[in-house]
Ligand binder design. Structure first.
Ligand SMILES: Nc1ncnc2c1ncn2[C@@H]1O[C@H](COP(=O)(O)OP(=O)(O)OP(=O)(O)O)[C@@H](O)[C@H]1O
Ligand SMILES: [Mg+2]
Length: 329
């Protein structure tokens, strides 16, 4: 019962992510595929039963740069991994790799290759040509909408890439995606090295309030991986209670707009009234939430879904750095 509950909730999160990404215009910046894979792996692990092993093979010392939209690329990896999960009925394995391939046959341009392989049931040859069609699905109606691969195809095309399917029925499937590789952006080498050092010491405490347990956990895990200590609340009252208890340590609040008990906006107002020193606040919202900017009156930074966890971490780093410097001479 409980397990089913968690699975249903996880599916809801995945569906939410799908729905959110569908209409979002893409925003391409230099993006490192290995980082996309590692980030998404955390989310995927939460969706896999124990009988399925997830292996990630990325090489941080050989970064794979593309011009891409990070949340769409995460979406792509997630959709493919979920398909692999659904294709594995007993024990099995999903392997995700990202590589930069220079000088492929017949092409001088370097290629960024992302591969998702599984040991699942495979795809019969006569079916292979249909799997990217919208609404093509072999899953029971309530499980599959048949949009996963259509979305993947859309994202790959939008990124100037192509996707190849190799499948042995009964053995497994590999989805190989080639995107145009780009040179590392100038600031990349500086940005990629520090985390290992940074993450060893605590970056400070962040209070996270969201009523969805899965989302709370994903946010907490991402922030903890980045070295923050995270305390989380399921509603507005709990948030204020926890803030009271940890006032000295808390450096940043991350609040969902749509909180039960006390709305996110109400929490922001209460905190602002009570706090002497301004505590940075990030408010997360999925809804269009007309007039929210006005209601917040610049008291909190608004982060609209869908956003990639790396973006949240980046903003959190920046905002906590600012609040740390404020007290310094
Ligand atoms: N790794 C895989 N192994 C075996 N079959 C696959 C794999 N990936 C996709 N398929 C087949 O392709 C079909 C279409 O996949 P797609 O992701 O578009 O839809 P879905 O998974 O059925 O539903 P949705 O992704 O919308 O929940 C699947 O129903 C399945 O039959
Ligand atoms: Mg699917």
């Amino acid at each position: 019962m409980r397990i089913e509950d968690a699975v249903a909730q996880a599916n809801e999160v995945v569906r939410g992510l799908l729905a959110l990404s569908r209409n979002a215009p893409s925003h391409k910046v230099p993006t490192e595929l290995g980082e996309v894979v590692s980030d998404t792996a955390r989310l995927i692990r939460g969706l896999l039963p124990a009988r399925i092993r997830l292996e990630i093979d990325v090489q941080p010392e050989q970064p794979v740069w593309v011009s891409g939209d990070k949340s769409q690329l995460q979406q792509l990896v997630l959709n493919l991994a979920v398909n692999s999960r659904d294709a594995i009925h007993g024990d099995g394995r999903i392997l995700i790799t990202a590589r930069r391939i220079a000088d492929t046959e017949g092409s001088a341009d370097p290629v960024a290759r992302l591969e998702i392989s599984d040991t699942g049931e495979g795809i019969p040859p006569e079916m292979a040509e249909h799997i990217f069609e919208p609404f093509f699905s072999t899953r029971p109606r309530e499980q599959g909408s048949g949009l996963g691969l259509a979305i993947v195809h859309g994202i790959v095309t939008d990124h100037g890439g192509r996707i190849q399917v190799r499948s042995d029925p009964g053995q497994g499937t590999t989805m190989a995606i080639d995107l145009p590789a780009i040179d590392p952006p100038p600031e990349a080498s500086a940005e990629l090295t520090p985390p290992a050092v940074q993450e060893s010491r605590s970056q400070g405490m962040i209070l996270v309030a969201d009523d969805h347990r899965q989302i709370r956990e994903i946010i907490a895990e991402s922030l903890e991986t980045a070295g923050f200590e995270v305390v989380s609340a399921a509603d507005g009252n709990e948030l204020l209670r926890l803030l009271d208890r940890h006032r000295k340590e808390v450096r940043l609040l991350v609040i969902d707009y749509d909180l039960p008990a006390r709305s996110g906006v109400e929490c922001v107002r209460t905190v602002r009234r009570a706090e002497g020193a301004p505590l940075p606040i990030i408010m997360i919202t999925g809804a269009a939430a007309e007039g929210l900017e006005d209601a917040l009156a610049g008291e909190a930074l608004l982060l609209r879904k869908p956003f990639a966890m790396v973006d949240l971490v980046r903003v959190a780093r920046r905002m906590t750095a600012v609040s740390e410097n404020r007290g310094a001479p």
